[in-house]
Ligand binder design. Structure first.
Ligand code: ATP
Length: 467
């Protein structure tokens, strides 16, 4: 099992620091806060929605835009209920739940203190609570024996709320790609191997959500299903996708030492998986899954073909062969990825005049690419030039204007939200038609003619993307 040689220690940022920055600067707020909030649902504020959109765009760029063999799809959240029976979710998409007899809090058995290191088989032992003497981690009360708790949210379709109208909010986007396999393959005329990529909301009634946006009940996934010939081709595709997915996080700035692979033990594998390796990140609360790469064999198309009666075989015109393609899946979370970029980018630097908080976000991920700032907001000509520059820049990138503080403070504010460049207009700009471009990371400043600013920023963004 390939894991990091050395543990790089806890991440630079504490969870509380990130949560507080996220709230204060408008990245993430608790949902329905004025009513006391709702557990495990979070809302993205003005900066958060930019950040998450950028993460999704960067994923789409590498998965769809830059590839000839992958196409996109946006399937519905609500699907035919049979989909979830066939996929195995109705039968086995569950976690082991235990309940405290005194406070009635519910916990995921595998997350209780005292069960670390136990195998999936050991966790299935009905007498485990007694055998290990497990108690409620909150009030030390006695715990019930574990029972399976299905994580799918149920609702009713149509006006009649009876059993026949039950449908589910999807717990993953992947099934949309399987049931559309034939549609996509025929309409896009793709030949195996090819992939279907999807980004969209998924819902899981998690027993113990937490750690901010790490585990939510409503979240967004970025999943790609790659359809290949059976057997060896799937092993090969798996071996190629795994490092490629890790490289994507590194390409967008995640510290390599804070990423590692973790292979699922045979008794931990999901019912559909032949092999599964997680890309893990060293979160402030420990090593946790960021993304899973799975070899799912022919389970998905084979099961849906069997249950629906549709022929989901692919005909290979070269080998003149019919077969059910195998699937290699790269399943990531948009929220977890955005969270990771945020944590990893967070830096505190000691400067002569105090501490500088800076988010060293990759320019493609940063919410704003540039801030246009006046050195003197009392001079209308300076403010006007700022607005002209900003108006021109915002045709091509997210740009912001701010004049609500002195320049030093304005720079700090932009550093704290990760804006890679600031453009400052001063009195000299009115004479020489040049402005100061300040770099977030090096804090260096250079004088640039106004007409060259956009080109300079676009070139820097392109260079960062290629780096
Ligand atoms: P975990 O072990 O953390 O519950 P999982 O193995 O169930 O995750 P998958 O079903 O493989 O996760 O889902 C793919 C990706 O979707 C995960 O790697 C993660 O990034 C994201 N994801 C899954 N569940 C959640 C959740 N409750 N909140 C936020 N993101 C999630």
């Amino acid at each position: 099992m390939p894991v990091a040689e050395t543990d790089p220690g806890p991440s630079v940022a504490k969870l509380e620091t990130i949560v507080s920055l996220a709230k204060r600067r408008g990245f993430v707020y608790p949902s329905s806060e004025i009513y006391g909030g709702i557990n495990a649902v979070w809302d993205y504020g003005p900066l958060g929605v930019e950040l998450k959109n950028n993460v999704k765009r960067a994923w789409w760029r590498s998965m769809v835009q830059e590839r000839d063999d992958i196409v996109g799809l946006d399937a519905g959240i609500l699907m035919h209920p049979q989909v979830w029976v066939t996929s195995g979710h109705v039968g086995s998409f569950s976690d082991p739940l235990v309940e405290c007899d005194t406070c009635h809090r519910r916990f995921r058995l595998d997350e209780l203190p005292g069960v670390e290191g136990l195998s999936a088989t050991e966790l299935q032992d009905e007498g485990i609570v007694e055998r290990l003497g497990l108690v409620c981690p909150v009030d030390q009360g006695p715990l019930s024996a574990p029972r399976r708790f299905n994580l799918m949210f149920k609702t009713h379709m149509g006006p009649v709320e009876d059993e026949g109208a039950v449908i589910y909010l999807r717990p993953e986007t992947a099934q949309g790609s399987y049931v559309n396999f034939k549609n996509v393959q025929m309409s896009s005329r793709k030949k195996v191997p090819f992939g279907i990529a999807q980004i969209g909301k998924s819902f899981r009634n998690e027993i113990s959500p937490g750690n901010f946006v790490f585990r939510m009940r409503e979240f967004e996934q970025m999943e790609m299903q790659y359809f290949v010939r059976p057997g060896e081709a799937a092993t090969q595709a798996f071996d190629e996708w795994l490092p490629a997915r890790r490289a994507w996080y590194e390409r967008y700035g995640v510290t390599p030492e804070r990423l590692r692979f973790r292979e699922h033990a045979p008794d931990e594998l999901a019912h559909y998986a032949k092999k599964a390796i997680d890309v893990e990140y060293r979160f402030p609360f420990g090593w946790k899954e960021l993304e899973g790469v799975h070899n799912r064999g022919d389970f998905d198309l084979g099961s849906h073909a069997g249950a629906s009666g549709e022929n989901l075989e692919y005909f290979d015109p070269v080998a003149e062969e019919h077969f059910i393609p195998w699937v290699v899946e790269a399943a990531a979370g948009a929220d977890r990825a955005a969270f990771t970029f945020l944590i990893d980018a967070y830096h505190e630097e000691q400067l002569e005049k105090g501490t500088r908080v800076v988010l060293r976000l990759h320019p493609d991920i940063a919410p704003y690419k540039v801030a246009v700032l006046p050195l003197l907001k009392k001079r209308p000509e300076i403010v006007e030039l700022c607005h002209t520059i900003k108006g021109d820049l915002q045709k091509d990138m997210m740009a912001v204007y701010d004049d609500t503080a002195a320049i030093g403070k304005l720079y700090r504010r932009q550093d704290e939200i990760g804006t890679p460049w600031c453009v400052t207009v001063d009195v000299d700009s009115l004479e020489d038609g040049a402005v100061t471009v300040r770099d977030r990371d090096s804090m260096t400043q250079e004088r640039v003619p106004v007409e060259n600013v956009k080109r300079l920023l676009m070139d820097r963004m392109a260079a960062a993307r290629e780096a």
